[in-house]
Design a protein around this ligand. Structure first.
Ligand code: EPU
Length: 318
């Protein structure tokens, strides 16, 4: 579908900021998945708008990725263009500074860790919950990433978005539907282009912190995460919690599935809601393991688990 002449158009537009036949295993924390036809890394909003215009005009499928830390690409890869905002779109700065509240502006392509560090260095509280969560600011916003100590939705006061292909807007938190592990777009926003908008940047409302409380908060968070979540190649929690008091990890654990393995994909012994790639797992191995987990948990507890990991791309032809 991505013809040589369209590749030329992309290269003329983006230079070395577009690459072709890109193995997505190298761009995702789970380290599985086939190649994307193209990976485009626009440097700024005008370039992104230009790119979107061309893609829409050519009816070329596209998909915006974040840090690839909550994403699984199937083994057949991705047709069309994957867009990454991590080359540009990564500035972090203070926009409003009041006696108690401070608004920080962070680009979608900035690391969530960089935003947490910026907040800590600026002596601001509010991002502690996110310390140790991998990925980008944009990805974290779209997935409403969080822990039981807070979520992105609780600190976002507004977003800068691109209504595809070319309308840049600022949306206030009031008009954003943050739900459990998802940002649901208003229908009127979606109706304008038929696409979900692209998040360009977020405004984060933080408060001035007393230093001692802030440091112990984020250190405790990191220590807790180190002992309760496994290191290694994963995409974080594989399934959503069916409800806050029924965690998926507890159900998978009680169903006796820790250590269950398909190929190199394995249910973590430390946290049962983590699936680890121990080396050469394929997306098919992981999907099969997820299917078995779903069946067993349904049979044991009558609860239907839903994936938390975002799954994209094509299966591999047999
Ligand atoms: N549990 C078990 N066995 C396990 C794992 C957990 O019995 O193998 C029990 C724990 O003992 C605990 C309960 O399940 O009582 C909840 O576990 P945990 O505190 O680890 O939290 P979680 O609900 O499994 C959620 C998020 C995590 C986030 C943590 C921390 C989801 C799906 N997961 O996990 O997010 O880091 O809270 O607040 O909402 C992610 O989104 O990728 C992710 C890792």
């Amino acid at each position: 579908m991505l013809t040589d002449s369209f590749k030329k158009v992309l290269t003329e537009m983006l230079g070395e900021r577009v690459i072709f036949d890109v193995p997505m295993a190298r761009h995702t924390s789970l380290r599985v998945g086939g190649a994307a036809d193209a990976l485009a890394m626009p440097a700024d909003t005008p370039e992104l708008i230009d790119l979107m215009g061309r893609l829409e005009q050519a009816s070329m499928p596209w998909f915006v990725m974040g840090g690839g830390t909550n994403l699984m690409v199937r083994d057949g890869g991705i047709r069309g263009v994957v867009i990454s905002l991590t080359r540009g779109f990564s500035g972090i700065e203070i926009r409003e500074s009041g006696p108690e509240k401070v608004v920080v502006h962070a680009g979608a392509g900035a690391g969530l860790g960089a935003l947490c560090r910026f907040a800590a260095e600026s002596k601001l509280a509010g991002m502690d919950f996110a310390v140790g969560i991998p990925g980008t600011v944009g990805g974290a916003v779209i997935m409403n990433a969080g822990t039981r100590h807070g979520t992105m939705g609780s600190v976002v006061s507004g977003l800068e978005i691109l209504n595809v292909p070319d309308k840049k807007e600022t949306v206030s938190a009031r008009d954003l539907g943050f739900t459990y592990r998802r940002l649901v777009w208003d229908r009127t926003v979606m109706a304008k282009s038929g696409h979900e908008p692209v998040v360009l940047a977020g405004f984060f409302e933080l408060s001035r912190a007393d230093e001692r409380g802030r440091e112990t908060g984020s250190e405790a968070m990191q220590a807790w995460r180190r002992q309760s979540q496994p290191p290694g190649f994963s995409a974080g929690c594989a399934f959503k919690n069916p409800s806050p008091d029924v965690p998926a990890g507890m159900l998978i654990d009680r169903a006796g599935l820790k250590g269950l393995q398909i190929g190199d994909a394995r249910v973590s012994e430390i946290h049962a809601n983590f699936i680890l790639n121990h080396g050469r797992a394929s997306a098919a191995d992981i999907l099969r393991l997820m299917e078995i987990i779903r069946e067993k948990v349904l049979a044991a507890f009558g609860v239907e688990l839903e994936p938390e990991i975002r799954i994209v791309g094509e299966p591999k032809d047999e």
